[in-house]
Design a binder for this molecule. Structure first.
Ligand SMILES: Nc1nc2c(c(=O)[nH]1)N[C@H]1C(S)=C(S)[C@@H](COP(=O)(O)OP(=O)(O)OC[C@H]3O[C@@H](n4cnc5c(=O)[nH]c(N)nc54)[C@H](O)[C@@H]3O)O[C@H]1N2
Ligand SMILES: Nc1nc2c(c(=O)[nH]1)N[C@H]1C(S)=C(S)[C@@H](COP(=O)(O)OP(=O)(O)OC[C@H]3O[C@@H](n4cnc5c(=O)[nH]c(N)nc54)[C@H](O)[C@@H]3O)O[C@H]1N2
Ligand code: SF4
Ligand SMILES: [Mo]
Length: 703
């Protein structure tokens, strides 16, 4: 890098799975011939109205990641036992040949559904992330049901609102009350804080945070409601109860814009603050104070995070929260209503990216979050179909991030399973592969981005040459398609051509037009965004009484009206603590667990424990503590934390497995149960026991 010239700032987009999708300025370092060879400083674009010049610290340090000494640079072939980490370098031709031969051989033996292309959101670029479906569809490989992140939110939002959009997130700056419900933007999407700060400065707006522990966001709030995990439905019902009781229900709006089901008011009359206090553990006065603040503020903006959906009752809880602005008519006001994601405003035509014209809907779908069950042959997942005997993995690290890590690891260790992992680093998943392929980073390939948390379509052009022999996801798919005889015009186009076609086919300006102006704001008008022209259901009405059966098969236990659904992993005598595995600020899932700047700041896997629980159990600050349940046990370091209820323990995640004693991480304890009605991982819904990890010391002392 020393002979490179410090350089010019070029426009790009943060590729990571974060609702902020920041517009970036990336400093490009060039060689003597003017070719980009690396990056320097990364900053947020000032001119983008949502990014507003602010990005998180971990991406500001991105040069650490691009120029990391441990980056994978050449294809590898496994030479030792599975998971041993023993590999030898091979050429691309051999690597792709071996992968294609294995897929073809297994498909010939078991049928095409034995091959499972498995992906997620390492990059959010539409071409590089979703192109894997083109190979899947053309080859009739098994499908993937995406349940690890958004499924429960989708179900809950779909139930009432019916369309994935909502009041412009920039309107938070014009709100008088922002309720951050089950999300921690200080860590997970820092730009939300920019718009909240504007509202506080200009209007004296209040911030309320609903979260089981005192996150960075909660610490900055005017009111922090530290409820028990999995009880948000009860809190929402109590607020609606108070709205009806005290004359704040907007009966005209309910009649005009909702299904106004019979019995709603009576149903809520039975769900007052005393009831909610018993369920949530919040004092009655706090519930009353929050309800009064909410009911008396027209411009009240609820920003839904994902956190409170990651429980068995998550869909019901999210639906209950979206009922609040409907009961009170807040959707009508600028800066009012609720928001989760803008994904529907982009109306993409993904025919080319995903090869939708080749898709056969009768091909089986396998649940992403149950990869452990799938790989260990669970018939509930496989149905009558063949076992999965080959995996093609891009953009994800399931050996660490998926629930029930013990089962996942057993599956990956199967000798008859052939695994290809395309990665930037030797992750725990790559370590279990037969073939490892080195992947480009976002500044090294072209792509197109939408944003869930705002409304911009943005580009990420290739700015620098990849190091070593790294190839993009699209190039790897092209190489495999050619060898497997997979025919689709998408495989004959460049990533930029596919992006350009997709933009135009979806009714947006093409690549060059957007490149010239840096981004395209796809925000709908006020009336559409605020659902004045109708909610997403055919009759245009919000649904207090959702049609859960239309959302998913597992709907029997869903409540008819907004409610607390008691289906969670309730604390018991054997498992007295409720564990939440919330995101770590310096990591993004397992991405950045390899960068020294992030690791240094996160220090080590840690449990936040209430001081009274700690005292009762003889756990000391900095001591080692053992957490467990029927799925296993892990050891972490104890940190005492006020600001959460007794009986709640927080383990900020997702540390790689080798960072834990025993070599397996926190998702060992997380269940792979499917959250109803259509699946969804339940990362924050785990009852555990906890004790000081001093058994060994005691045993030694006794001997
Ligand atoms: N720094 C950082 N940023 C990230 C990520 C990361 O790992 N690190 N991950 C990215 C990804 S993939 C996503 S999906 C988003 C997720 O970002 P968020 O929307 O912030 O969602 P969660 O990750 O589920 O957790 C958010 C909060 O929900 C709280 N929570 C847990 N259970 C409950 C509950 O029952 N009720 C309530 N009210 N709150 C609860 C947790 O304590 C946590 O503070 O962030 C993205 N950004
Ligand atoms: N305990 C616990 N577990 C969780 C969560 C939690 O809150 N708690 N959150 C869950 C959530 S919300 C999610 S979304 C999942 C996310 O889980 P994943 O999607 O698996 O996210 P990462 O762990 O960041 O892994 C992404 C990988 O993709 C690689 N990658 C990045 N860009 C590219 C590329 O262009 N090409 C290729 N081939 N690879 C690339 C990165 O190097 C990285 O290793 O984790 C889930 N797991
Ligand atoms: S806040 Fe999110 S989108 Fe913005 S730079 Fe950080 S990870 Fe990327
Ligand atoms: Mo996620």
């Amino acid at each position: 890098m020393t002979d490179l010239v410090r350089g010019d700032a070029q426009g790009s987009t943060c590729p990571h799975d974060c609702p902020s999708t920041c517009a970036l300025e990336v400093e490009v370092l060039r060689d003597a011939a003017g070719i980009g060879r690396g990056i320097g400083a990364v900053r947020g674009a000032e001119a983008n109205s949502y990014t507003a010049g602010v990005i998180c610290a971990k991406v500001a340090r991105y040069a650490e990641r691009v120029h990391h000494p441990d980056r994978l640079l050449r294809p590898l072939r496994r030479t030792g036992p599975k998971g041993s980490g023993k590999f030898a370098e091979i050429g691309w031709e051999e690597a792709l040949d071996r992968a294609a031969e294995a897929f073809a051989e297994r498909a010939a033996r078991h049928g095409s559904e034995t091959v499972w292309p498995y992906y997620y959101a390492g990059t959010m670029g539409l071409v590089q992330r979703d192109g894997i479906h083109r190979l899947r569809n053309v080859m009739r490989y098994a499908g993937q049901q995406n349940t690890i992140c958004t499924a429960l939110c989708e179900s809950g939002w779909q139930a009432g609102v019916g369309r994935f959009g909502g009041p412009d997130p920039r309107e938070m700056a014009e709100a008088d009350l922002i309720v951050m419900w089950g999300g921690n933007p200080v860590a997970t999407q820092v730009n939300v804080m920019t718009h909240i700060a504007r509202a506080r400065k200009a209007r004296g707006a209040k911030l309320v945070v609903v979260d089981p522990y005192r996150t960075g966001t909660a610490a900055a709030a005017d009111l922090h409601l530290a409820l028990r995990p999995g009880t948000d439905g009860a809190l929402a019902c109590a607020v609606m109860h108070i709205a009806f009781r005290d004359g704040f229900a907007d009966r005209d709006y309910i009649a005009r814009m909702s299904d106004a089901p019979a019995g709603l008011e009576a149903h809520l009359a039975a769900r007052g603050p005393d009831w909610a206090s018993a369920v949530t553990g919040l004092p009655v006065e706090q519930i009353e104070a929050f309800a009064r603040l909410y009911c008396t503020t027209e411009r009240a903006y609820i920003r839904c995070g994902y956190g409170f959906s990651r429980s068995r009752n998550g869909a019901a809880s999210l639906h209950a929260v979206t009922c609040l602005p409907t009961v009170t008519g807040k959707w009508r006001h600028r800066g009012g209503g609720a928001f989760w994601s803008n994904r529907a405003i982009y109306h993409w035509d993904k025919t080319l990216i995903e090869g939708l014209d080749a898709r056969d809907p009768s091909i089986r779908m396998l649940d992403q979050s149950r990869i452990g069950a799938v790989l260990t042959g669970d018939r509930r997942d496989l149905g009558e179909g063949p076992p999965v005997t080959a995996l093609l993995i891009q953009n994800t690290n399931p050996v660490v991030v998926a629930p029930a890590s013990g089962k996942v690891r057993r599956g990956f260790l199967r000798d008859d399973l052939f695994t290809v992992v395309h990665e930037q680093f030797m992750t725990d998943t790559a370590r279990h592969a037969d073939i490892v392929l080195p992947a480009t980073m976002f500044v090294e390939h072209d792509d197109l981005y939408q944003s869930g948390g705002h409304s911009h379509i943005q580009l990420g052009p290739k700015l620098v040459e990849p190091p070593g022999e790294c190839r993009s996801n699209h190039e790897v798919l092209q190489g495999l398609a050619q060898r497997l005889g997979a025919e689709h015009r998408g495989f004959r186009m460049t990533a930029r051509e596919i992006a350009d076609w997709t933009l135009r086919a979806s009714g947006w300006p093409g690549w060059d037009d957007i490149a010239a102006k840096r981004w395209h704001d796809a925000a709908p008008d006020f009336a559409t965004a605020h659902f004045e022209t109708g909610f997403g259901h055919p009759d245009g009405r919000f649904r207090f009484a959702p049609d859960w059966a239309a959302i998913g098969d597992d709907h029997a236990a869903m409540p008819r009206l907004p409610d607390h659904m008691p289906a969670i992993d309730t604390a018991s005598e054997a498992h007295p603590f409720r564990m939440v595995t919330a995101p770590a600020r310096q990591f993004l899932n397992t991405t950045f667990t390899e960068t020294p700047g992030s690791r240094k700041r996160e220090v080590r896997p840690t449990a936040l424990i209430h001081p009274r629980d700690a005292e009762r159990l003889g756990i000391e600050e900095g001591g080692r503590v053992r957490l467990g349940n029927a799925q296993g046990e892990v050891v972490v370091t104890a940190k005492l934390a006020e600001g959460q209820q007794e009986g709640v323990v927080i383990v900020e995640s997702v540390w790689p497995n080798p960072d834990f004693e025993g070599g397996i991480g926190i998702n060992l304890l997380v269940s792979d149960d499917r959250g109803p009605p259509k699946g969804g991982a339940v990362f924050h819904d785990t009852a555990v026991w906890m004790r000081p990890a001093v058994e060994q010391v005691e045993r030694l002392a006794a001997e």
